[in-house]
Design a protein around this ligand. Structure first.
Ligand code: SF4
Length: 249
């Protein structure tokens, strides 16, 4: 199953923030393209009108098909980066408002910066935003999950990738809508222990929370766990009374 058919990056560039960043694939991709957009004080790479128009095309296509489409935001940046290009985040929120047929997976390793970065009309959360935090180990779970849960959102999820240790999410699972897990891939990848993945799956099963296992990463091929695929998705929350916000103007 293709988890996320579209990816949108409002900019490229970031600063490492936690152990999951040690082998940041985005930084490697940026280096291959010339580099210079990583670290404190480094200018982020920005994109032009054509690139920013793509999600509008995806939205129209989804509307024509009568389907919703998921968009990962972002794979080459962190949306809540303190050094985001000026105005880019506001522009992103405006774009999200204009694409009501897309579900935007806004994923961050900086949940402490979410609340101050939300648009004035966020309310209880845009209906087409799934708000997520990356959690690599127990320490980060304890730091990041309560902060994420303090932010109003229509759907909250965790991405436990790269999973670097066992994680007990049970205190927070009743308030979470979806858990993604995966091992690290790429050069020098740290292997994921099957028991860490099983632990998360079993916690999700017990709590009735959808669980999606993406990949073993460097330790083995594929993403079969105990003889089957785990590709559960959260329930859609787009009933008639939960329509996305209207486009501005
Ligand atoms: S937060 Fe994400 S994009 Fe930024 S350095 Fe870490 S892994 Fe890379």
């Amino acid at each position: 199953m293709e988890l996320i058919p579209f990816t949108f990056n409002p900019w490229w560039g970031c600063t490492r923030v936690s152990p999951g960043c040690d082998h940041c694939y985005a930084e490697r991709i940026d280096l291959r393209a010339g580099g210079g957009h990583w670290g404190k004080g480094a200018p982020r790479r920005t994109f032009g009108e054509k690139y920013w128009a793509r999600p509008l095309q995806w939205d129209r296509a989804a509307a024509r098909l009568g389907q919703r489409a998921r968009v990962l935001c972002a794979s080459m940046a962190d949306v809540f980066d303190a050094e985001a290009p000026e105005g880019a985040l506001e522009r992103l929120w405006a774009l999200i408002r204009r694409t009501p047929h897309l579900d935007w997976l806004v994923l961050t390793k900086r949940p402490a910066r979410i609340a101050r970065s939300l648009p004035p009309d966020w309310g209880g959360g845009y209906a087409n935003v799934w708000l997520g935090a990356t959690v690599e180990d127990q320490t980060l779970a304890e730091q990041r999950v309560p902060v994420l849960l303090d932010v109003p959102a229509r759907l909250r999820f965790l991405c436990c990738e790269p999973l670097l240790g066992p994680v007990d999410l049970s205190p927070w699972l009743p308030a979470l809508d979806w858990i993604i897990a995966g091992g690290e891939s790429g050069p020098s990848a740290r292997p994921v222990h099957p028991e860490w993945v099983r632990g998360l799956r079993d916690q999700c099963l017990a709590a009735g929370v959808p669980f999606f296992f993406k990949q073993w990463g460097a330790s083995r091929a594929g993403h079969v766990l105990d003889g089957r695929l785990w590709e559960q998705l959260p329930s859609p929350r787009h009933e008639a009374n939960e329509s996305p916000p209207a486009p501005p103007g």
